[in-house]
Design a protein around this ligand. Structure first.
Ligand SMILES: [Zn+2]
Length: 385
């Protein structure tokens, strides 16, 4: 027990001493663009940051950064992961606006703040060398967002699936913890017709009209349970006096159930077949993104991980995070039966919008929570047993 108390106070001390430096790091990193598939500038920053403390990180073919800490044999390791990519293109200005304790910047909470916590977790392990029952693999990964398709995490799980007993993703904000995942399938659907002159060729099939018809049909679908769909982007046509020869859209389904997602896919196929019967229409339908649902993951082990996280967060902040569902890096381990939870530590909100914000006055406690959660999880007996 005495040992526990000592370790807790070391964490507190570390958080207090490093708080100003953490805020400075967050400020710097927030301003570096990192769209999915083009994260190299953020990766370089993180690598240099780690190097100044003599922390060696390895990068792989997907651009993930990995930092091992006392890795053990077989499945006696935990993977802590935070994605470095943002939903924003590199043309979006990433300037922090400060108002009181609120820092506003696109991507600041999803996921810059969590990447910074991961850096400081690496620094903590290097300086304090805590004795833990499990080995730790820290990863700052790429391509979590949107059409990044969880490619970074997929590559990591391919490499380390037989080494890790559980995965903890640092993502989003403090008041929720995600113990279930949402799978999705995303399509790019293009309608092509011969087109023509709006007056001279009137009566020829118009691609914009066909696409609108398709969308209307797709929106007649009655979903079951936690299943949704969305036509997110449409474009097409040539001019106001041209019968549109091409129109396309991005369309997605999301669900917490693999079976429901399958039904959605079948419904879409049916609709496409129907629409294809219209004169002179060709349709190209391409899957541009697919995120797996949960499959064969042990609910008891997920529960154990999430209870440890919630308890540490509650002890330190007085807040007991609610359990929720989301689409995160956890989809990948959960789809292959490895328990995973996703937690955030800063107070914040507005993910994926220009108005995204965090409360910087929660930074010290966020760091304390991230370190405590990590040590508590890795300090416990192998959760596989
Ligand atoms: Zn995120």
């Amino acid at each position: 027990m005495g040992h526990m108390v000592q370790q807790e106070s070391k964490i507190k001390q570390f958080a207090r001493k490093n708080n100003a430096f953490l805020q400075k790091t967050l400020e710097e990193l927030s301003q570096i663009p990192a769209p999915s598939h083009r994260e190299e500038k953020r990766r370089e920053y993180c690598q240099r940051w780690l190097e100044q403390f003599g922390i060696v990180s390895q990068s792989d073919e997907k651009g993930n950064l990995v930092i091992p800490y006392r890795l053990k044999e077989e499945k006696q390791n935990l993977l802590f992961i935070a994605h470095m990519d943002l939903v924003f293109e590199d043309t979006v200005p990433l300037q922090i606006k400060k108002e009181g304790t609120i820092w506003n910047c696109p991507g600041i909470g999803d996921n810059t703040a969590n990447v910074v916590l991961m850096l400081f977790l690496a620094k903590f392990l290097k300086e304090q060398e805590p004795d833990l029952e499990q080995g730790i693999l820290l990863a700052i990964d790429t391509c979590e967002e949107g059409l990044g398709n969880l490619e970074g995490c997929s590559a990591l799980m391919q490499r380390y699936a037989d080494k890790v007993s559980g995965v903890i993703a640092f993502d989003l904000y403090r008041d929720q913890i995600y113990t279930e995942c949402i799978g999705s399938v995303r399509y790019k659907i293009a309608v092509c017709t011969p087109g023509g002159h709006s007056f001279a060729d009137f009566g020829e099939t118009n691609a914009v009209w066909v696409l609108a018809k398709l969308i209307e049909r797709l929106y007649r679908y009655r979903t079951q349970g936690c299943t949704t769909y969305n036509a997110g982007v449409i474009q097409g046509g040539t001019s106001v006096n041209t019968i549109a020869p091409k129109a396309e859209m991005l369309f997605e389904y999301r669900s917490d159930s693999a079976e429901e997602l399958k039904k959605c896919k079948m419904y879409l196929e049916e609709c496409l077949k129907e629409i294809q019967k219209i004169k002179d229409v060709t349709i190209e339908c391409k899957i541009v993104g697919e995120r797996p649902c949960m499959q064969n993951a042990d609910q008891t082990k997920i529960e154990m991980l999430s209870e440890i996280c919630r308890e540490e967060i509650r002890k330190i902040s007085g807040i007991c995070p609610k359990k929720g569902k989301a689409s995160t890096d956890c989809n990948i381990p959960l789809s292959i039966g490895i328990p995973a939870v996703c937690a955030g530590f800063f107070r914040g909100g507005g993910a994926h919008t220009m108005e995204e914000w965090i409360d910087i006055s929660t930074s010290e406690i966020a760091l304390e929570m991230a370190l405590s959660v990590s040590c508590a999880l890795a300090g416990r007996k192998k959760i596989d047993k």
